[in-house]
Design a protein around this ligand. Structure first.
Ligand code: NAD
Length: 358
């Protein structure tokens, strides 16, 4: 029987609550699908600062590298807000992504049928169905390029540089095309090629990679138009491929179409394919310890892990179906509306498990 080793970083705030529910769901799924999962819990963020004096202990990196995949809750909270920059929980987050060489960030923006009303967009704009995957380059571009300050004729100035190499563009493009092959077979590459030289190289390189994927329909869009199209006609998109800075902005815009932060999963992938899976929301200190957090983003992150790192796409589909069914009856307080049964974080986990066991 196939056995998977998962490194578990519960983190801070609601992190432990939501990760516990995701583990519960993964265990039931594993039993149903005939594989086993072993968990190696380790520290990241504020809890690591408290226990080991640093946000990312070396042991954490070693355990994540040794695992088949990593599941993360969330880090941070007011307790650590006054710590110096290199001792902040968020440093641990950036550190683990770098240590694992994660260069691709996958952010699905999807509307579950029963949550249509939660979207800020009108039903006629959303159209039939909405399932977008934003693929953002994570380790290059302007966030990592040369930067500095200078003084020109007594006037202060500052600069940041957007730079991408062909191999950097090729590897993120392949991730996007491979994903498209498993989805709607469409890639929209988003850039600013009318102005930026780095975007022109991006476009040329993506065009070359597309030749290896004749079944995938490739289109290009300028980033300003894409920002507009996401709220004008979002269902035209399948996979959106873009650079670090454009992806940072567009993935937040796309995800908000779904209406609730507690529903949004994400994955970060590197060369090894093992990946890091986490909800997009933070540690929600305002509701931590109250057993009212929505665990579905973390549960859906586990579904992504099964699909993209563990080679268990049927298991992933089972979880997504169970989540979809659950939403027709029960809701955690963040997405609750009249007519649905209000449930706690642990009850929501139980409800998903119950649908899986049927
Ligand atoms: P947040 O995402 O933690 O919370 C924003 C709002 O959404 C809060 O009202 C919260 O209660 C609600 N919320 C978030 N997740 C929810 C869930 N699963 N169920 C129900 N409601 C939910 O963002 P914030 O308040 O800006 O940040 C809080 C802390 O989290 C900060 O320390 C921040 O640095 C950290 N943070 C961590 C990550 C991460 O670990 N990836 C990401 C963002 C923020």
């Amino acid at each position: 029987m196939k056995n998977y080793k998962i490194a578990v970083l519960k983190g801070d705030g609601i992190g432990p609550e939501i990760v516990n529910e995701a583990i519960k769901v993964l265990d039931v799924t594993a039993e149903k699908c005939g594989f086993t999962v072993e968990y190696e819990e380790t520290l990241l963020g504020g809890c690591a600062i408290d226990a080991a004096g640093v946000p990312l202990p070396e042991e954490t990196v070693a355990k994540c590298k040794a695992a088949d995949s990593t599941l993360l809750g969330a880090v941070g909270g007011p307790k650590w807000d006054t710590m110096p920059g290199n001792l902040r929980p968020e440093k641990g987050l950036l550190g683990i992504r770098a240590a694992l060489g994660l260069f691709a960030n996958l952010r699905p923006a999807r509307i579950f049928e029963s949550l249509r009303d939660a979207s800020p967009l009108r039903a006629d704009i959303i159209g039939g169905s909405l399932d977008i995957m934003v693929v953002r380059e994570l380790t290059g571009g302007i966030y990592f390029g040369e930067r500095g300050r200078l003084e020109e004729n007594g006037v202060k100035a500052a600069y940041d540089t957007e730079k991408y190499s062909v191999p950097e563009i090729e590897r993120i493009a392949r991730i996007a095309f491979d994903l498209a092959m498993k989805r709607g077979k469409k890639v929209c590459s988003v850039d600013k090629a009318n102005v930026l030289e780095s975007s022109r190289l991006w476009r040329e390189t993506v065009t070359e990679i597309a030749k290896d994927y004749p079944e995938v329909e490739l289109s290009y869009m300028y980033v300003d138009n894409c920002a507009m199209q996401l709220v004008r006609n979002p269902s035209q998109f399948d996979v959106v491929l873009t650079s670090n800075i454009f992806g940072d902005i567009l993935s937040d815009e796309a995800s908000m179409i779904s209406g609730s932060i507690g529903m949004l999963a994400s994955a970060s992938l590197g060369e090894s394919g093992s990946g890091l899976y986490e909800p997009i929301h933070g540690s929600a200190p305002d509701i931590a310890g109250k057993n009212i957090a929505n665990p579905l983003a973390t549960i859906l992150s586990v579904a992504m892990m099964l699909k993209y790192s563990l080679g268990q796409p049927e298991a992933a589909d089972m979880i997504e179906r169970a989540v979809s069914e659950v939403l027709t009856e029960v809701r955690t307080p963040d997405i609750w509306v009249e007519g649905f049964r209000k449930v706690s974080c642990t009850e929501m986990g139980d409800e998903v498990c119950a649908r899986l066991s049927k």
